[in-house]
Design a protein around this ligand. Structure first.
Ligand code: ATP
Length: 352
């Protein structure tokens, strides 16, 4: 098992810069998630780590070893794809055993490893079946068992849960997390699903347009997003974003002037900024020190245990999370002043 390091990796396809000067360090034993919208370069980054693509610039290290030009077969990695790629004409046992046979393990060692991998993903009683006799979730486990059996230095996963239905996905997600914690395999996992990333990752790298925008533990990315893009991409229901002008009294957002700490936005005086506040920091019940505004309920969404209430305030629709359903159309809304985010309107970078 090793850590993985990318140094200034760039990959172009003609005019498209799929991966743009990416530097990353994945620690040994870490569950690391590459997260971003479709086309942001996550899969290409993973394929470069696997050796399936060669970068135009930059270098890839496994531990201290430079593997940039090493072919995939020599990297001692395993990869699990969205499609699972299990062989239909082979029994589950042989599916898991094949990579071990290819690598020349002795028969008794193959047997031991197949059974251990099957035990880890709880498919010991399915070893005699063919893939078409399995459910989607079971097939996915076969793919994971096959990846684990060779004891890879690094485990790479590209959207491995996306072919499962919603309920199974939630269950498989928890199992993967548990499995990684038990095996402590260095794992790099690609997804566009921010909830999956938050649940699975020790650390997340948020990507957009080939670039890494922020790397950190999920909690940090959620509570201190480094840009408007990251703030908006992470969090469901999404963060409230609106614009305001910096004045001596605070940030004037039209429906209220938000008091901000003296001097903290001094260099933005008279300029427009982007303000963000997460729905859970917008309350329908009063708390001391919160900023009170009034509005009318536009729509109420029932999420089961709680509601998301969309409140029209001035020109803005604010999302609030609430345990109670609002009783009247006119409501008072309370913003937690310590949970406001401010972003530069031009660069969209976090101000504070
Ligand atoms: P998705 O979530 O949709 O799989 P992604 O974030 O994994 O997207 P990549 O597959 O890495 O994104 O693609 C990044 C960019 O590179 C995209 O614009 C894509 O169209 C382009 N690209 C990827 N592979 C190739 C290729 N073989 N030839 C040309 N362009 C490519």
């Amino acid at each position: 098992m090793v850590g993985v390091r990318l140094e200034h990796v760039t990959k172009r396809y003609g005019k498209v810069v799929a991966v743009d000067d990416v530097s990353l360090e994945v620690k040994e034993g870490e569950f690391f998630v590459l997260l971003g919208p479709s086309g942001c370069g996550k899969t290409t980054t993973l394929r470069i780590i696997a050796g399936l693509e060669e970068p135009d610039e930059g270098r890839v290290f496994f531990g201290e070893e430079d593997v940039t030009r090493l072919p995939p077969g020599k990297r001692k990695i395993s990869m699990v794809f969205q499609s699972y790629a299990v062989w239909p004409h082979m029994k589950v046992y042989d599916n898991i055993a094949l990579p071990l046979k290819v690598q020349g393990y002795p028969p008794e060692e193959i047997e031991r490893r197949v059974r251990e991998a099957a035990r880890l993903v709880q498919i010991e009683d399915l070893l005699d079946r063919y893939p078409q006799q399995l459910s989607g979730g079971q097939r996915q486990r076969v793919a994971v068992a096959r990846a684990l059996a060779v004891t890879p230095r690094v485990l790479l996963m590209d959207e491995p849960l996306s072919n499962l239905d919603a309920l199974l996905r939630v269950q498989a997600r928890a199992e993967l997390k548990r499995l990684q914690r038990d095996t402590r395999l260095t794992t790099i996992y690609v997804t566009h699903d921010q909830v999956e990333a938050m649940v699975l990752a020790d650390r997340v790298a948020v990507m957009n347009r080939g670039r890494v925008l922020q790397v950190g533990p999920p909690e940090e990315i959620y509570s201190k997003p480094s840009s408007r893009f990251v703030a908006h991409f992470i969090g469901s229901p999404p963060i409230n974003l609106f614009e305001g002008t910096v004045t001596p009294r605070g940030v004037d957002v039209g429906f209220v002037v938000l008091p901000v700490g003296a001097g903290s936005l001094e260099e933005y005086s008279g300029k427009r900024v982007i303000v963000g506040i997460r729905p859970e920091d917008v309350h329908l019940t009063a708390s001391p020190g919160f900023i009170e505004v009034e509005g009318s309920v536009w729509v109420t969404e029932n999420l089961g245990g709680e509601y998301v209430v969309l409140v029209s305030v001035g020109d803005v629709i604010l999302r609030a999370r609430s345990r109670e359903k609002p009783e009247s159309e006119r409501v008072k809304v309370y913003l937690d002043p310590s949970k406001l985010h401010f972003f530069d309107k031009e660069t969209e970078a976090r101000i504070f």
